[in-house]
Structures are given as C-alpha cells and as structure tokens.
Design a protein around this ligand. Structure first.
Ligand code: ASP
Ligand code: MG
Length: 409
C-alpha cells in the first residue's frame, strides 16, 4: 500500500465545479497500490463568513460554540467531495475530526493535537476506498468539537500523514509553491524548489501565508516531508524537508532564501514602566494566559528608574491585549500606553546567514536607501525582522528582494 495524504485548500474548493475537477484528479491518482486520504478545507471564504456571523450576534468568545460553528465549513466540503467521488465510481467515506480520531486539548479555536487514533481511516483505505477527512477540526477527550487555529487544515494533513505513516503529504493550494517573496508584491520572485523546515517555519511565522506555521512545526518535529503545490496548474511545487541539500549549480548556499512581510501585526507600547525585577514577567504572563503570541519585544535603557517597553502581537489579538496591558499598566504605576496598528513587519530568512557577517547591515542599508525608517528590530540565527510603517510594506519587500539578489536571473 502506498499511502498518499492530499490536502486541498479553500480557494481550490470554492465552487462545486472545482470539487468535481479535484474528484477527477483523485480518481486518476488512485492506481495500483496507491491509497488516498483527502483532507479538505472549507469552501472559499466560508470560515471568514462564519466568524462574521458570530460577531453579528455578539462578541464571540473563543469557546465551544464558536468551534462548533467553525467546524461546519469543512463538513460541507467533505460531504460534497465524497459525493463527487461516488458519482464517478470512486468508493469513499467521510470522516469528521471526531470520526478521524483527532484528539485535542480544550483550547477552543487554537486547540493542540494530543494524539491521533486513525485505525478507522486505515481500515477504509485498506478496503480501497478514499478517506475524505474534514480539515481544521478535532475533538476533546470529553467529546467537544475544537478547531486547530486558522489555516489548521494543513496541520490536520501533516498530523494524519504522520499517524498513517504516509509515503507522501501533499498540500494543494492556489499558488505553485513557496516563493522568494510574495508574488503579488514582487513580480520578480521565484519558486523555491526545496526548503528546510526551519526556513519554512520562519517564513510561515513572518507572513508567508502558503502554509500554516504550526503544520510546518509538526512536520519538523515528526519528520514528515511536505510538498506544497498548485491544485490546477502543473509544476513540481516546493518540498519542505530536512536541511536543504547543497544546490549543484553554486558552491555556496545563497545567504538569504526569502523575504517575507506582514501587515497583520500591531505594536503596543507602555511608557514610564518602573524598572524593577518582575515587571516584564507580570505583563507577559498576563498576555500569555490569554493564549496571545507576543512577537517582538523591545525595552529601552532606563532613565531615572523608568523605562519604555514595546511589543507586537497579531492584529486580531490587539483588542484583548490592549485591555490586559492597560489594566496592568495602571497596577504597576506606568505612565501610559499607546497602540499603533499602522505597521508592517518585514523579514529576511536564510540558513546561510548563520555564518556570514554583515547581513543585518546590508538589510538596514537597503531599507535606508529606499527611504524607509526602521521602528523595531529583532534577530535570530536565521532571521532578521524590522518593523516599519505599513505603507512602506511593498517597497521594503521589493528593495530587500533586490538587495539580496533573489530576483529572476
Ligand atoms: N477553513 C479554515 C480556515 O479558513 C481552515 C483552513 O482553511 O485550513 O482557517
Ligand atoms: Mg488555508
């Protein structure tokens, strides 16, 4: 048995006509020893609409009802996909997250997978039928439906690929793979044929939307190679796997593999924070308790026992974070807080920068030559990020892409 896990994203499933086309593709792949598990996202923008519906009836908490609502989108597409397969003579069986045995913790809307019990899917595949599984959802041990965070169908696919010991895990989307920069911003960008988990993870965490960061993280932890490719266009796609092999053409790896950017983050600053032990811990413990991911943090040198502290969070968490921060600022006697959502974060990513000097300098020079002011900086071994003004987003991506020679040759 050759087990192939294929995941189809919402844009590939936005109409019934596309679902029928995908069913035909699945049928063609189902030859010889091939056995398929198909993971589907919700059709088109369904999940966004569901989120919107929830906000129309009040302020949705991240609770079980929200997850029940969100889980319906994937049920629609799985049912239709199975019907389309049956119509063309392909035996298939649908699985919800619960039926698929995807057991999670109870962190609603951002649940983490605890374990998988995929024996039913295996039985279905052994019989030669296609298992059609709803992406994005799981179930708690006390039987409440959960979802795995936005873009979570990718994670469903990678996790099922691991549990089923799949021979291939293929993520199908509306772009041909992972690019050196977002092709909508940089027409000179190129497809990356092979990329390491580390780089793909940094890319996904800093704005590349092709694949969910958590899915890459899971793939890295459990060594599941992930192929990202276009649903309807021919092409090799991008393989995400262990450290990239040396490219044959050049002796040196390029310094930088990609430039990413996001304008979906916001900056919070707390001014006049008393500079004593325990204050930062207090602020960030409170934020973490709400399951909010803090990204960049900057603390200024203190003057007269007071300091300023700035940090960034995802825009969707701004409202919550602002409330928490304002409360703590009062409690600790800080002078005030400010919020800035008019920012973009630009990053350069590459394993090659580990062993090179001057990468940061080159990045800052390129931005300064483009007349772009840097508000915050953070670095890691394989990434440098800068916060800049939102309106400079595109210009920054293009100038960095050019400065690091990533364009078409
Ligand atoms: N439908 C969910 C979302 O839009 C999950 C997914 O597409 O992966 O976030
Ligand atoms: Mg998606």
């Amino acid at each position: 048995m050759t087990i192939i896990v294929q995941k189809f994203g919402g844009s590939s499933l936005s109409t019934t006509e596309k679902i029928i086309r995908i069913a035909q593709k699945i049928k063609k792949r189902l030859t010889g020893k091939n056995r398929l598990a198909i993971i589907v996202s919700a059709m088109g923008d369904t999940t966004d609409h569901l989120v919107d519906l929830a906000s129309q009836v009040g302020n949705p908490e991240r609770g079980p009802e929200m997850d029940l609502l969100l889980s319906t989108g994937e049920m629609v597409s799985a049912s239709l996909m199975a019907m389309a397969l049956q119509k063309i003579g392909v035996p298939s069986r649908t699985f919800t997250g619960r039926e698929a045995g995807i057991i999670t913790d109870a962190t609603h809307t951002k649940a983490r997978i605890r374990f998988l019990k995929t024996s039913r899917i295996k039985e279905t595949m052994e019989k030669g039928a296609v298992a059609v599984v709803t992406g994005f959802q799981g179930v708690t041990e006390d039987d409440r439906i959960t979802t795995l965070g936005r873009g979570g169908s990718d994670l469903s696919a990678v996790a099922l690929a691991k549990s089923l010991h799949a021979d291939a895990c293929e993520i199908y989307t509306d772009v041909p793979g992972i690019f050196t920069a977002d092709p909508r911003l940089e027409p000179e960008s190129r497809l990356i044929p092979l990329i390491s988990y580390e780089e793909a993870l940094e890319m996904a965490s800093t704005g590349a939307t092709v694949i969910q960061a958590r899915a890459v993280e899971f793939g890295q932890k459990h060594r599941v190679p992930i192929l990202v490719k276009s649903t309807f266009q021919e092409g090799e796609g991008t393989m995400i796997t262990e450290k990239t092999k040396k490219r044959t053409k050049s002796l040196e790896e390029p310094l930088i593999s990609a430039v990413t950017g996001t304008d979906q983050e916001a900056k919070l600053s707390i001014f006049g924070v008393p500079d004593r032990p325990g204050i930062a811990a207090r602020i960030f413990t409170a934020v973490a308790a709400k399951k909010i991911n803090v990204d960049m943090i900057i603390q200024n040198v203190s003057k007269e026992g007071k300091t300023d502290l700035s940090f960034t969070v995802p825009s969707e968490d701004l409202k919550n974070t602002r409330q928490i921060t304002a409360k703590i600022a009062r409690e600790i006697g800080a002078e005030g807080i400010a919020v800035d959502s008019d920012i973009a974060k630009i990053s350069i990513i590459g394993i090659g920068m580990q062993s090179h000097f001057g990468v940061a300098a080159k990045m800052f020079s390129a931005l300064s030559q483009a007349g772009i002011n840097i508000e915050m900086i953070s670095t890691s071994e394989i990434k440098i990020s800068c916060v800049i003004c939102k309106k400079e987003h595109r210009k920054a991506v293009r100038s960095l892409h050019k400065a690091f020679g990533l364009g078409k040759t």
